[in-house]
Design a protein around this ligand. Structure first.
Ligand code: BG6
Length: 519
């Protein structure tokens, strides 16, 4: 079953320990570092991917002692390890693994906007090089508010810390959101690329760290049976759903200014879209893949003028029940304005203007406080011409749907029609299911392991290039403009715990189609 090939053509050699390096984390006391980054480093140490010559330097304004800093992060790893939801029930906290990291960890208390911090950081990096042999290689991980991205990169460059010399590399991982719209993303790119080169920038979209997202390319390009059908001749339409049961949680300040469209669509949802719709790349070299993904976004038909009104639905949840628990209306959540217009749901119909996809609608939707958590790409194929089944009503024939289940319950299913047993020709819909967990043993993972390791080995395939980030914003910009400038665009309400607003159904009804059920 296992081909044993873990470095497809064009990708750097994998499966070894990463080269010596130091990792500098801005925002070291933040939630992301504790919940995701540290557990990912811990898992990488366990998987023997982290080099012995390694150091972690955490930066924040927490005034913590070294000891408190380590204890805080250890707590994050412990709770990851004991989190049964992460599938880690069989694991126990491994003190040796943690000690490996803890021994190589230091903390700087400082303000990221203050140039003096970078003097201390330079000294700390020198010490790490002398003490741990990190060879001058450094990853700067920006796990901070997006308003600080530009300033930190400029300060690093001013202090000479981004300069690559004597064979050593300097790389910067930037978390999302990268900009809040097209002009701000462009401005941020321009600011950053003035002082460092594109090859040093690793723009993060954590969806690309998910195994099943990466598997979209494997499914399409490592199997001969799908690609001949993967086009407008055979595909009726595509549905991409990213449904969440969580609401705004404790992120009201961020969410009020962001909303579902900015938070999820130009990044996560478009990753799924571009991997589904891209042309086969020439190789798995980072730029070969990223160029093909970028071309998809550039071919999306503009949602100009009335198209944004007709083809996009925004919604907001009202009170309801999610997973048996009562949920307050979005407008009643702490920190949310009582007349907030922030959308917690968005659905849209897009077209891709190229030879492969002309006239094939792509329906996308994402929302919070919905009935079930599911991320899925469903490819619905065209129906047969019915000649043989004239007595069966058109919509009683089961459409062929290939559904890629990204999370949870990762897997792939194919739906088709079969003859029901009996003397008559009567048809019934059946489904063939493949579940990851039935075939592969998967280690508990945060999804950040691959991305951090890839940055260490210099493989940028799973990171976003400037052009793709900007192309994603360019697609949604007309919608953002319309919503900002025209208060008459309705915000549709849906009770928490449902599949979203009824108006989203109309996007598909108009074309004689319907959404797949979320529940
Ligand atoms: C984040 C968004 O980028 O992705 C969140 O800011 C969202 O609002 C999250 O909940 C979803 O990611 P995942 O991995 O939980 O599906």
């Amino acid at each position: 079953m296992d081909s044993g090939l873990d470095s497809p053509a064009g990708r750097p050699q994998r499966g070894h320990r990463a080269p010596p390096c130091a990792m500098v984390i801005f925002g070291a006391s933040g939630d992301l570092t504790k919940r995701l980054l540290m557990p990912a480093l811990y898992n990488l140490v366990r998987a023997r991917r982290i080099p012995d010559h390694f150091a972690v330097i955490g930066i924040d304004r927490s005034e913590w002692s070294e000891e408190n800093f380590r204890a805080h992060l250890a707590e994050g790893v412990r709770s990851f390890v004991s989190d049964t939801a992460a599938g880690a029930i069989t694991e126990a906290f491994d003190a040796d693994t943690w000690d490996f990291l803890a021994q190589r960890m230091t903390h700087i208390d400082g303000d990221a906007t203050n140039p003096e911090l970078y003097v201390s950081l330079a000294q700390e990096l020198k010490s790490a090089e002398a003490e741990y042999g990190t060879a001058g290689n450094v990853i700067f991980y920006l796990a901070v508010a997006s308003s600080l991205f530009g300033t930190i990169v400029e300060r690093l460059a001013e202090a000479g810390l981004t300069e690559e010399k004597d064979g050593a590399w300097r790389r910067i991982i930037i978390e999302k959101p990268f900009g809040t719209d097209l002009p701000s993303a462009r401005a941020l790119d321009a600011r950053i690329l003035k002082v460092v080169s594109e090859s040093q920038i690793y723009r993060m979209d954590h969806f690309l760290g998910k195994e099943t997202v990466q598997n979209i390319m494997v499914l399409r390009f490592a199997n001969g049976i799908f690609e001949p059908l993967w086009n407008r001749d055979h595909i009726d339409h595509v549905q991409i759903t990213v449904a969440e049961t969580v609401g705004v949680e404790r992120r009201a300040a961020f969410y009020e200014a962001t909303g579902a469209l900015r938070d999820m669509v130009p990044n996560h949802v478009f990753q799924l879209l571009s991997l589904t719709a891209m042309e086969p790349p020439n190789s798995f070299a980072a730029d070969a893949v990223r160029t093909e993904k970028d071309k998809v976004l550039e071919a999306v038909l503009p949602l100009a003028g009335d198209d944004s009104r007709r083809n996009v639905v925004r919604g907001q949840y009202t009170a309801g029940i999610v997973k048996g628990q009562p949920v307050r209306a979005y407008r009643d959540e702490d920190g949310v304005a009582p007349d907030s217009m922030a959308e917690t749901y968005v659905a849209m119909r897009l077209g891709i203007d190229n030879w492969r996809w002309a006239d094939v609608p792509f329906y996308l939707r994402t929302g919070k406080s919905l009935t079930r958590r599911t991320t899925e790409i469903a490819i619905q194929f065209k129906r047969v011409p019915f000649a043989l089944f004239r007595d069966t009503p058109v919509d009683a024939l089961t459409p062929n749907v290939l559904a890629l289940q990204i999370q949870p319950d990762e897997g792939i299913s194919l739906q088709f029609g079969a003859k029901k047993p009996g003397p008559e020709i009567s048809l019934g819909g059946v489904r063939m299911d493949f579940r990851y967990r039935d075939y592969f043993h998967t280690e508990p993972s945060t999804g950040y392991e691959t991305l951090v390791y890839d940055c260490m080995i210099g493989d940028a395939m799973l990171f976003q290039r400037a052009d793709s980030v900007e192309a994603g914003w360019a697609v949604v910009q007309p919608v953002l403009d319309l919503w900002q400038n025209d208060r008459s665009v309705p915000l549709e309400f849906y009770p928490a715990g449902t599949a979203g607003p009824d108006e989203a159904e109309q996007l598909l009804w108009r074309g004689g189609r319907k959404w797949r059920p979320i529940s």
